[in-house]
Design a protein around this ligand. Structure first.
Ligand code: NAP
Ligand code: G3P
Length: 486
């Protein structure tokens, strides 16, 4: 597969039971580049029958995979990390074409993923069980002891989004595998080719046949079938809140780990280092054109320092390079598709119609939205509440930190938030009251480093990722109680 990288006539197969197979449907999905509309390759639109085969095969393969010692599973992960690193530039090139990611971010994603896989293997080897004597509980003595180990759950269905097709697939695959599960990966259609190269890496690393199978096809056509499949034991989903809520409604009794949408606020207080705040906000809001769940998606700034902050933000936004990631290193790239660009444009127009002050940007060329900053955004505007997944940032002026907390918590989302202040007591006062998974103090909102807990509350998710947390989420305790005669 690596020999001939993506080229327009390349048809990508799926990995099932250790073989790369074509779908019998003969239905292919053409993947076009958001950069120049050139064809990147074709993927299979698998049938429900083929989904059955991939999942049932994974179920069968898991029975022996669970018996492989953790140190052997870890060895395969170390090899996968090594192979991934060797192929960094190849896979980065594919991502640049398939999801219009700039080269620096694409290379960083692949390298981060190799580190993630290695760290996961290390973590698994140090995760032991426990023994619990009964006599700490009233009425019991030391004749009873519980020996607790961790068990895999079975077949993990991993569903990943377009924006991190390698990292947000591997962040499901590696912990699932090292815990003894088998994995069936359904990547985002736009991102499938990048994800299939990752699957190839895991196969070459020595995974037994069937332990890792892939399913490609449009979520709208096979998604419901996958998430309600009787042989799926766990669903690890990253994507939009809309789809996440749908999955949680129909996948009865299946344990879920979900990372969904966000509307991360940057709260800037009057004593903040405004230069630091501006630097972090611009990096946090506009990298990969804001197509990150943890992007800074609103600024709540105390009015007394807002004008100075606006000037600093504008100065830095003006320096952002807009263009074609295949031609040069750029900051702002085309959005993933026309629908995404239309959505962002709609938010821009509504904000302007309702009186928001355009500071910079507000322009669109094809799928490129120029980095945009609005001041004086009010709470009646969609931009104050909706997730753009694009390079557009609203400034909402507040009178004090309590108003900032109230507005931040009014959002349906609860992924992350940033607080910029020099007063650590104020930082903790705010952090304590924010209804989010993570509060960044004097830094942009972001997921890494990947061993930190990463979670969303409210409409931003269910459960906690982060290497050890993910291994725990995709495994369970097994208690063996020894009753020793008196
Ligand atoms: P999306 O449209 O929700 O798609 C995510 C995944 O779900 C894709 O693989 C998609 O397949 C699949 N899918 C679609 N319909 C499905 C169904 N009925 N059942 C099962 N799976 C289905 O999200 P996206 O456009 O890829 O990513 C953008 C959104 O995801 C944003 O809201 C962003 O905030 C969120 N996101 C969150 C995080 C996080 O860590 N919290 C990270 C990245 C993205 P198809 O591609 O074939 O439709
Ligand atoms: O949207 C993907 C989410 O996981 C963000 O990751 O590392 O860019 O904060 P990061």
């Amino acid at each position: 597969m690596f020999s001939s990288l993506c080229c327009e006539n390349k048809v990508y197969k799926n990995l099932v039971n250790g073989q790369w197979i074509d779908s019998n449907t003969g239905n292919l999905i053409e993947i076009f580049s958001p950069v120049d509309d050139s064809i990147v390759g074709k993927i299979q639109a698998m049938s429900k029958k083929e989904v059955d085969f991939a999942i049932e095969n994974a179920k069968e393969a898991q029975k022996s995979w669970r018996t492989i010692p953790v140190n052997k599973r870890a060895q395969i992960l170390y090899r996968a990390a090594e192979l991934l690193e060797e192929k960094t530039n190849d896979i980065a090139e594919i991502m640049m074409r398939e999801i219009a990611k700039d080269k620096k971010s694409a290379v960083s994603e692949v390298q981060r993923t190799a580190d993630y896989i290695r760290f996961t293997a290390d973590a698994a080897k140090s995760m032991e069980g426990e023994t619990i004597p009964a006599d700490s509980f009233p009425g019991f003595n030391r004749s009873k002891i519980s020996v607790v180990t961790r068990e895999p759950l079975g077949v993990v269905l991993a569903i990943s989004p377009f924006n991190y097709p390698v990292n947000l697939s591997a962040s499901k695959i590696a912990p699932a595998l090292v815990a003894g599960n088998s994995i069936v990966l359904k990547p985002a259609t736009q991102g499938s080719i990048s994800a299939l190269y990752l699957a190839r890496v895991f196969q070459e690393a020595g995974l037994p046949a069937g332990v890792f199978n892939t399913i490609t096809g449009r979520g709208i056509e096979i998604g419901d079938y996958c998430v309600t499949h009787p042989s799926v034991d766990f669903i690890n989903f990253t994507g939009s809140t809309e789809i996440g809520k749908r999955i949680s409604q129909i996948s009865t009794m299946k344990p879920l780990l979900m990372e969904l949408g966000g509307k991360d606020a940057a709260i800037v207080l009057e004593d903040a280092d405004l230069e630091l705040a501006a630097k972090n906000i611009v990096a946090g809001a506009y990298s990969y054109s804001g197509q990150r769940c943890t992007a800074v998606k609103r600024i709540l700034v105390v009015d007394s320092v807002a004008n100075v902050l606006v000037k600093k933000l504008k100065f830095k936004i003006e320096k952002l390079k807009v263009g074609n990631p295949l031609q040069e290193q750029v900051d702002i790239v085309p959005l993933i598709n026309v629908k995404a660009a239309d959505f962002v444009e709609g938010l821009m127009k509504e904000a302007q119609e309702k009186g928001a002050k355009l500071i910079i940007g507000g322009r669109r060329e094809g799928n490129i939205i120029y980095p945009t900053l609005f001041d004086n955004v009010t709470l009646d505007m969609r931009l104050a509440w909706e997730e753009p997944f694009g390079p557009i940032l609203p400034i909402i002026r507040i009178k004090d930190r309590d108003e900032g907390i109230a507005i931040a918590n009014k959002s349906e989302y609860g992924l992350q938030a940033s607080v910029f202040t020099k007063d650590i007591n104020s930082a903790f006062y705010i952090a304590d009251k924010l209804e989010v998974g993570t509060v960044q103090v004097n830094n942009k909102t972001e997921r890494g480093p990947d061993h930190f807990p990463f979670l969303g509350v409210k409409s931003s998710g269910i459960g906690t990722q982060g290497i050890r947390y993910s291994i725990e989420a995709m495994s369970r305790p097994k208690a063996i109680v020894i009753n020793i005669g008196d």
